[in-house]
Structure formats: structure tokens, C-alpha cells
Ligand binder design. Structure first.
Ligand code: CO8
Length: 260
């Protein structure tokens, strides 16, 4: 599939989605968001793909935010609409059953930090920096940042980062739980691919059901969440891969999962 502002590469079980507007440090305008929706549709429909990596083209920026030039003339109605579109696209990464790894290769500012937060797992290069700079532009995070940041790092830290627009480096992002790991920049993609391979070797339906249970469970009370977990556990018991996984353990061999 050909895009203007994205590159979608597929390697065996892995899809790598590059945000590709290097002249604007990969800032997200409406066209890029619409293309991301198309790319997500493609990835979801491709049964070979088990894991997704999202990253930015170049060695300087993951995504330097929503496109400020694009946002400057927006009316209240248009601003609301643009926020809705961005929120919808970010949410699709969370709702797809395939796990999504953000390989954060530089600036993750505003909408870039929000994109990273919508991914399941965040890996950062040592040169990555993070911020929600919106209040310095007269707006607030609008692609889910006011909701995901407190869920990830706690309300107090989220409020401090959002009200001050402070920029934090990768080590600080790691310390507060915003990213899972930090790697030297030249090792980031290899590490992301290693993690993708580890996940792809597991039972894909089980991974998808785990993603569903964690994602839905985080939004509801603990008793409802437990019942979502048992429902998903029951679903796993309907898969061939459960018999393969447990059978392989009993027979002391490696399992071969089929995603069935
Ligand atoms: N939007 C548009 N263009 C951008 C953006 C951006 N977010 N970031 C960088 N660019 C462009 C620059 O304008 C410049 O273009 P040109 O060469 O044509 O002048 C080019 O990228 C290179 O940038 P710099 O020359 O500034 O590069 P530096 O290395 O000096 O600085 C920075 C890099 C620090 C990243 C700097 O560019 C910067 O501060 N960028 C803006 C970061 C920012 O504030 N991002 C948050 C935007 S707000 C947001 O994301 C809200 C999301 C929710 C939206 C809700 C919808 C209503």
C-alpha cells in the first residue's frame, strides 16, 4: 500500500509503520491521521501480521506533535473534529488485537507522546525526549493525552507534566514508567524487533485476549475486570493453540502455534 506520509513495511509476521514527514519532524496533520487509519485497516486484515512496530523516519524524531501550521487556523468546530479524528486513530492501536510497540527514536512531543502512549509497549532511544507542550501553545493535549498520561504515570506527575509543559529525557521517562526500556539509538530497532519476535512466537490468540482483558479491565471495577479475564481465559480454552501449548509442555517439546 502506497502512502504520502507513512511507510508500511512488512517482514514476515511483523508490520513496521513509519511516520514519514521528516521535514516537519514527522508532525501529524489530518492527511497523516487518515493514512494511519488506512494502514491500521490493512494491518488488522493481514492474518500473517502478529506484531506492529510504530516509529518515525530519521534519527531525530518519533513524532514532534500534531502539525502546528495545520492547527493554527482551525475554528472551534474544526479543532474539535481534528481532536476526534486523532483520538479515534490512537484508540484503534489500543483496540486492535495485535500488540503495538512504539520505537521512540527522538522527539515524542504533544501528539507524538500521545501516539506512543496509545501503543502497548514503549521502547525509547537514549536521545528520545517527551513532553505535552500544548498549554504553551494555548491548547490542551487532544489525542488522548489528558487521559492516558495519568493512567500511565499517575495523576500528580501527569498534571505536573501537562501544566508545566516540561520536557523530560528518556531516563526520566523510564523512571516515571512512561517507557518500558531505554536503548542506545543504534540498537532501538533491533531491540524492538527482538521483542516483536518474542511475542510473535507465543500463541497469537492468547496474546490478543490478554490485550483485550488488560485494556477493558483497566476501564472497569475489579469484579467486572475479573469476569472479563475469566471470559478471555475461557476463550483461550476454545483454541487449538491451548492444546498445542499445554500438550507441548507435557510432551517436553517446543510448541508450534497456528493462531487457531
Ligand atoms: N508542527 C509543524 N511543524 C513542525 C512541528 C510541529 N509540531 N515540529 C517541528 N516542525 C517543523 C518546523 O516548523 C521546521 O519546519 P521548517 O524547516 O519549515 O521551518 C522543521 O519541523 C524542523 O523543526 P525545527 O527547525 O524547529 O527543529 P529544531 O531541531 O530546532 O527543534 C523541536 C525541534 C524542539 C521539536 C521544535 O521543532 C518544536 O518545538 N516543535 C514543536 C513541538 C510541539 O510543540 N509539539 C506539540 C504540538 S501540539 C500537539 O501535538 C497537540 C496534539 C493534540 C491536537 C488536538 C487537535 C485539536
Amino acid at each position: 500500500m502506497a502512502f504520502e506520509n507513512l511507510i508500511l513495511e512488512k517482514e514476515d509476521y511483523l508490520a513496521i509503520l513509519y511516520i514519514n514527514r521528516p521535514k516537519a519532524l514527522n508532525a501529524l496533520n489530518a492527511e497523516t491521521l487518515y493514512e494511519m487509519e488506512e494502514a491500521i485497516k490493512d494491518i488488522k486484515a493481514d492474518s500473517n501480521i502478529k506484531v506492529v512496530i510504530v516509529t518515525g523516519v530519521g534519527d531525530k524524531s518519533f513524532v514532534a506533535g500534531a502539525d502546528i501550521t495545520f492547527m493554527l487556523p482551525l475554528s472551534p468546530h474544526e479543532g474539535r473534529f481534528f481532536s476526534d479524528v486523532g483520538e479515534r486513530v490512537m484508540r484503534q492501536f489500543e483496540l486492535m488485537e495485535k500488540p503495538v510497540i512504539a520505537a521512540i527514536n527522538g522527539f515524542a512531543l504533544g501528539g507524538g507522546c500521545e501516539l506512543a502512549m496509545a501503543c502497548d509497549i514503549r521502547l525509547a532511544a537514549e536521545n528520545a525526549v517527551f513532553a505535552q507542550p500544548e498549554v504553551g501553545l494555548g491548547v490542551i493535549p487532544g489525542f488522548g493525552g489528558t487521559q492516558r498520561l495519568p493512567r500511565l504515570v499517575g495523576e500528580g506527575r501527569a498534571k505536573e507534566l501537562t501544566y508545566t509543559a516540561d520536557v523530560i529525557n528518556a531516563q526520566e521517562a523510564y523512571r516515571i514508567g512512561l517507557v518500558n526500556h531505554v536503548y542506545p539509538a543504534d540498537q532501538l530497532m533491533d531491540e524492538a524487533k527482538k521483542m516483536a519476535k518474542k511475542i510473535a512466537n507465543k500463541a497469537p490468540l492468547a496474546v490478543g485476549y490478554a490485550k483485550f482483558a488488560i485494556g477493558k479491565g483497566m476501564q472497569v471495577d475489579i469484579d467486572t475486570a475479573m469476569s472479563i479475564e475469566s471470559d478471555m481465559f475461557g476463550m483461550c480454552c476454545a483454541t487449538e493453540d491451548k492444546f498445542e501449548g499445554m500438550g507441548a509442555f507435557v510432551e517436553k517439546r517446543k510448541p508450534t502455534f497456528k493462531g487457531k
